[in-house]
Design a binder for this molecule. Sequence first.
Ligand code: DQA
Length: 147
Amino acid sequence: ATLLVLHGPNLNLLGLREPEVYGHADLASIDADLKARAEAAGHTLASFQSNAEHALVDRIQAARGDGTDFILINPAAFTHTSVAIRDALAAVAIPFIEIHLSNPHRREPFRHTSYVSDLAVGVVCGFGAFGYGLALDAALHQLDAAG
Ligand code: DQA
């Protein structure tokens, strides 16, 4: 299968950015680990990060035509604001898992709302970089189950 990992704004700073909240792993190492694990299981995985809402919307739209079977997405701050990203995910109708490094529910009230959770297959949050691996395992399990 073909998987797409999407990272929203400020996740390019992972490792440097509030490490007490988001941990020490950087984005390149998370992406490399996911790619290696997916390929070891016989799958293809691509990653994309942007600080721009429109770039994420464009990449989600492109996924409809490029054979993407499953999306793993950490929309970062856009989780709490973006009707456009929600609408793009709904439009392409590709199953996805929502990921957060932190547990937004134990943080500020404005992080308690997600514009995408109710469309997601599931949500992984609060486990730092480890959560991406959990989400990948869950995605591969879903794809197996779908045959
Ligand atoms: C985040 C949580 C969001 O509230 C925040 O805006 C982020 C990262 C996380 O991974 O914990 O940028 O999505």
